[in-house]
Design a protein around this ligand. Structure first.
Ligand code: PMP
Length: 422
């Protein structure tokens, strides 16, 4: 079979008409499938149900300090459990509430009002401030910037992380660049893990802003789908080695380990940064939900159990990822109209159509009953400059639904691509 570009006009026309009929037939099925967000499935949530029984009136014992105010930086036992997730010491971690996004948002809003540890001026008092945003990236990071008028500078993701030549040049010359987003392991949406070299360069690079911060959102730290996951270099250690210990805030949460609504979020950083964050947090709250922290501590007991638990998630997720990849290959390979990532973990598969096709594909899929992440969502200001990126989130639907949804997606891609080439 020839690629679409090689096809003559009448074969292209024929394929277009045939695909149109296929899509019309699909529409009659009244599908309602949602692959818009990376939500765990009910089956995954069930893996953690016993967590809900781990703290009861019968077994709480004399843990009254857990029930009371206090310990604004979290339960020591929770620090001991989660420190290995980000490979830090107990003094370098703070255990928060149910959402890491909340901690990121808080840190940025406080930086705007008060500055961060090395700031001479609160960020919000500067004429303009900017963040580097590797693209495609996580839409909710970009929405925080948009909310607070932080100008976003897109930097392309390469196979091993952001384009570091570009990043280094930008931060060396522009004092208004105060921060950078990063999802360093199984990036959202491409599933890329930063190489050691990229981590080293981020830790070492010269920044014009003395109070430049990397928001290291390690949301998928242990969300592996293979037995030989890539190893992410410890950026805090690298920052310390290069004399920039306060450069990085690292985040993680159990949102996709236990319950996204009722998990535990953590932030890790240098001791100095953690004391700074703790001091600010003490004004905001007298303490986090330590009962939930205790539930997690009792449910997992130790870090190796947590890793075992993640293998159960992988058993549910892997067949869905495999199905997506297999269907994309079988339906699209020969046409040469799309490329996609085949990640070893995380929650997403990122697909690129031909330029100028993604929004129409997503629109058609929606009409056919398949909801995908909105076009442009993975880019600052919601604008994909090439209108080609589609984020596939296969976790929530059942395997059968994933198969059906990807089938529909492929039909839409063929339809839009043939139309474009005709
Ligand atoms: N960061 C990334 C990269 C994510 O993909 C997600 C969830 N989709 C989050 C953060 C949200 O994490 P939390 O639930 O801890 O706020």
């Amino acid at each position: 079979m020839s690629t679409l570009q090689q096809m003559d006009h009448s074969s292209l026309q024929h394929l277009h008409e045939k695909t149109k009929k296929e899509l019309d037939a699909i529409k009659k099925e009244n599908l309602s499938l949602n692959m818009a967000r990376g939500k765990p499935s009910a089956e995954q949530l069930q893996l953690s149900l016993e967590l809900l029984d781990s703290v009861t009136s019968k077994n709480i014992g004399d843990n009254f300090s857990v029930l009371n105010y206090g310990m604004v930086d979290g339960l020591p036992e929770a620090k001991a459990l989660f420190k290995d997730l980000l490979e830090v010491d107990t003094e370098e971690i703070l255990i928060g509430g149910n959402a890491s996004l909340n901690i990121m948002h808080d840190l940025i809003s406080k930086a705007l009002i008060k500055g961060v540890i090395d700031s001479e001026t609160p960020w919000g008092k500067e004429d303009a401030i900017k963040f580097i945003c590797p693209v495609p990236g996580y839409d909710r990071h970009f929405t925080i910037c948009e909310q607070y008028d932080i100008e976003m500078i897109s930097v392309e993701m390469l196979n091993d992380g952001p384009d570091m030549d570009k990043v280094e040049e930008l931060v060396r010359n522009d004092a208004s660049i105060k921060g950078m987003w990063s999802v360093p392991k199984y990036s959202n949406p491409e599933g890329i893990t930063y190489s050691d070299e990229v981590v080293e360069r981020l830790a070492k690079m010269e920044t014009k802003a003395k109070d430049f911060k990397i928001f290291w959102d390690n949301a998928y730290a242990i969300h592996d789908l293979t037995d030989h996951p890539p190893k992410l270099k410890n950026i805090l250690e690298a920052c310390k080695k290069h004399g920039n210990p306060n450069r990085v805030f690292m985040f993680a949460s159990t949102s996709k380990m236990t319950f996204p609504g009722s998990g535990v979020a953590v932030v890790a950083a240098s001791r100095e940064n953690i004391s700074f964050i703790k001091e600010q947090l003490s004004v905001q709250t007298i303490g986090p939900d330590k009962v939930n922290q205790l539930r997690h501590v009792r449910f997992f007991e130790n870090y190796s159990n947590l890793l075992e638990h993640m293998k159960k998630h992988a058993e549910i997720m892997k067949p869905k990822f495999d199905a997506v990849i297999e269907i994309l290959h079988s339906k699209l390979d020969s046409y040469g109209i799309a490329t996609w990532a085949e990640p070893d973990g995380g929650y997403f598969i990122s697909l690129d159509t031909m330029d100028g096709c993604a929004s129409e594909v997503i629109h058609l899929a929606k009409e056919a009953g398949v909801t995908l992440t909105g076009a442009g969502a993975a880019f600052p200001y919601g604008k994909d400059p090439r209108d080609r990126n589609i984020r596939i989130a296969p976790s929530f639907p059942s395997l059968e639904e994933v198969e059906k949804a990807i089938d529909v997606l492929c039909t839409c891609i063929i339809l839009v691509s043939t139309k474009k080439l005709l």
